[in-house]
Design a protein around this ligand. Sequence first.
Ligand SMILES: Cc1cc2nc3c(=O)[nH]c(=O)nc-3n(C[C@H](O)[C@H](O)[C@H](O)COP(=O)(O)OP(=O)(O)OC[C@H]3O[C@@H](n4cnc5c(N)ncnc54)[C@H](O)[C@@H]3O)c2cc1C
Length: 391
Amino acid sequence: MSNASTLHEEARIVNGILGEAAQAVRDRSREIAEQVIAPNAVRYDEEGCFPKEAIDALNDAGYMSMIIPKEYGGFGGSNVDLCSMLLEVNKVCASAGVIASVHSSLCVYPLKTFGSETVKQKYLPKLATCELLGAYCLTEPEAGSDAANQRTTAELDGDHYVLNGSKIFITTGKEAGLFIVFARTSKEDKPAKGISCFVVEADTPGLTVGKAEIKMGIKASSTTEIHFDNCRVPAENLIGERGRGFNIAMEILNGGRVGIACQGAGIHAGIIEELDAFTKSETRNGKPLAYQQDVAWTMSELIAEHDAAEALIFRAACARDREPNPIRECSTAKLFSSQACNRAARRAMQIMGLKGAVRGNRVERFYRDARITEIYEGTSEVQKIVIARTI
Ligand SMILES: Cc1cc2nc3c(=O)[nH]c(=O)nc-3n(C[C@H](O)[C@H](O)[C@H](O)COP(=O)(O)OP(=O)(O)OC[C@H]3O[C@@H](n4cnc5c(N)ncnc54)[C@H](O)[C@@H]3O)c2cc1C
């Protein structure tokens, strides 16, 4: 395709007109979301259990392998395809959405982009079938937003690296079979230098899963500590160049942010759907709430912000399909979408009153889920710093 026709195609996607393949992914994802995931979503949230039916159905459709190339048993899709799926899943269940996003964006992506051929052959086919679920271990007690302040160490001993340290807040920590792990391999002057990236199997001796957090939202997605105690990892499991781990971590997160933006816009779409049904069925002062002017105005603003978030998401997805690290596109999508879904949750609950605040109502669940979109994979404050640096 020429540059002009590529740009023409991208303009259509940003306007919500997907190509045939991505539209098919979106339609099938919506069916899975409505038929398999939605009927279980309240139970997942209340029991805080792994959303098995959801992940199984996405796996059966091939969507857990969305960005794995076909030669490794994957779906061979694009970032636009991935976003098309994540938007629909998050509209009914943000927990399933983040598990799927982390698997693809934070585990598959670094392996296929920076991994050696040996590592790719070994792990991508297993990630493609969900024999292994993927997770990403960067955060530590003293390294959250300040991710360069890694204390976990990896020392070379013969043909193995020996890992020692602890990670916190790891999504899918309980269920993951494969971890992307960052650790310090040298004590350079600058904290960001001297960090390396590894792939570590969950059953490696010395790796243990610690405390699981009890969170206010995305409760069906486990969030745990991961400990490394003289954990011996084959040297061939180094991902990318030794000492380049911090740059790799940031490039991975940049893509992950588009996944969280999809979570925000998916939640936002679910809120609009719920609010629409509510305001058309509830009557105040003799007419449906939907026809009260202030309610109609609020609804219009929620729709406009949702559509803007989706446009930013598809802009970022197109950019990711074109170049590896489009920072501004990814961070603006994440910042806007996560803030907009929180505004939507707050305003929808206000209009619905107590009916929107009781357990079992999707707006109540999404109100709690939405809060976390502004915290992980870079807080809103961190996105603002990142975006300002692109000027
Ligand atoms: C549900 C959940 C799942 C997670 N999953 C994972 C995972 O799978 N893997 C992983 O590695 N991590 C994961 N995390 C960790 C997440 O990425 C961190 O929570 C996030 O990076 C913020 O770090 P922190 O919580 O330590 O907050 P802090 O970094 O302590 O920030 C606290 C506050 O200070 C602000 N702040 C910090 N630095 C600055 C600055 N320079 N300028 C302005 N304001 C600043 C922040 O914006 C925030 O408001 C998860 C977190 C949550 C909540």
